[in-house]
Design a binder for this molecule. Structure first.
Ligand SMILES: [Zn+2]
Length: 370
């Protein structure tokens, strides 16, 4: 038994799942960040191997069942039963669900399928893009008010996908912000203006600091829409140095997870998570976790799956994290690096305790589960 086996996880960043059966093509599209899923064969990857090894037995198939056998069984059982089995076997107590993408299930609906409790992570760009206003001042006021009024457990920004993570340390001047808001009101639909975007992220940071909510950033790899070099978390350094009033979580991070670990090391308000990289790395997950723990304090690392669309991703995030962190900790116990008690504390902190510390109203709940 590994020390990670009984950890009730907090999946501190994930998305909803599809509420329909899927074709072979749709399933393959869920196994890749590419915008095409025909060739190369997406099953022949670390993630594809992990689905066959870890998910097949949850559907009563032998480990390493073929893709055709897996998809046939999946459709026999139906999406609801498949989703229920895969999510429940993940052992998650809290799902923090980004409602800006893959919105087929709300946080509550995801938790109904998977057990535990669902909470919203609010995508801040969507707040601005959905706000109507007759003037620049009204727009800025309404966005600030919407952030304050939100019941979300955390905020999330995709500025890494738009202008990039090189945010200014200070919020833009009132004059520049007003002019940018006026430009936006003349027909903006997708926020890319660097001034208005910088204002928005600073505003979310301020509201997060006031209301005890963390600000999550997409960093590192993502889909083909991304310019990966602009999503290096090290580009956030000026912002992080200036905004030490708010908890910041760097999501995904790969291949910059070592740089992210450095930021978590030098800034006590910064945490890192490896969501989506854990399922994608499959059998190489242990290496990515170990490289992150080289420098990141153990209180500054958080579990997430970044599961989206296919419940296989939520499931693999959890089982690969348990398996590979468990093996790593066993090895370290054997080498005298730490004690079993140290290992248990690390597993519980990374698995959920650290995320709950920035969501204090959920803390009582964690104590109940221990
Ligand atoms: Zn995500």
């Amino acid at each position: 038994m590994a020390v990670t086996d009984d950890v009730v996880l907090v999946d501190q960043h994930c998305h909803g799942v599809l509420v329909t059966d899927v074709t072979a093509e749709e399933f393959a599209a869920g196994l890749t960040e590419a915008d095409t899923a025909g060739r190369p064969d997406r099953w022949r990857s670390m993630l594809g191997l992990a689905v066959r090894r870890w998910c097949a037995p949850v559907l009563d198939l032998p480990a390493h069942a073929t893709p055709a056998e897996y998809l046939a069984r999946r459709n026999d059982l139906g999406w609801r039963e498949v989703t229920r089995r895969l999510l429940r076997a993940a052992g998650v107590g809290h799902w923090f669900v980004d409602t800006g993408y893959a919105t087929d299930t709300s946080p509550t609906e995801l938790a109904d399928l998977g057990g535990g409790t669902g909470h919203e992570v609010l995508r801040v760009e969507q707040v601005l893009e959905d706000t109507t206003a007759g003037s620049a001042t009204e727009l800025l006021d309404r966005v600030g008010a919407a952030l304050r009024a939100s019941a979300a457990v955390a905020f999330k920004s995709v500025v890494g996908y738009r202008g990039g993570l090189g945010l200014p340390a200070r919020r833009p001047s009132e004059r520049d912000t007003r002019q940018a808001a006026e430009r936006w009101l003349r027909g903006g639909t997708r926020l890319t203006d660097p001034v208005l975007h910088a204002w928005l992220v600073h505003e979310a940071a301020t509201v997060g600091a006031e209301t005890g909510r963390a600000l999550q950033f997409h960093t590192g790899f993502g889909d083909a829409d991304l310019h990966l070099h602009r999503a290096d978390p090290l580009a956030l350094t000026d912002f992080l140095r200036a905004r030490r009033d708010v908890d910041v979580v760097l999501l995904h991070c790969w291949p910059y997870h070592r740089g992210a670990a450095y930021l978590a090391h030098v800034f006590d308000t910064v945490s890192v998570d490896l969501g989506l990289m854990v399922p994608f790395a499959g059998a190489r997950t242990g290496a990515v976790i170990a490289e992150t723990l080289e420098l990141a304090p153990f209180e500054s690392v958080r579990y997430s799956s970044d599961g989206n669309l296919l419940p296989e991703i939520h499931h693999l995030g959890a089982v690969l994290w348990r398996h590979h962190l468990g093996r790593l900790l066993d090895e370290w116990i054997g080498d005298g690096v730490l004690t079993a008690a140290d290992a248990e504390r690390l597993a519980h902190d990374v698995g959920g305790g650290n995320a709950l510390r920035s969501a204090p109203h959920l803390l009582g709940d964690l104590d109940d589960q221990r």
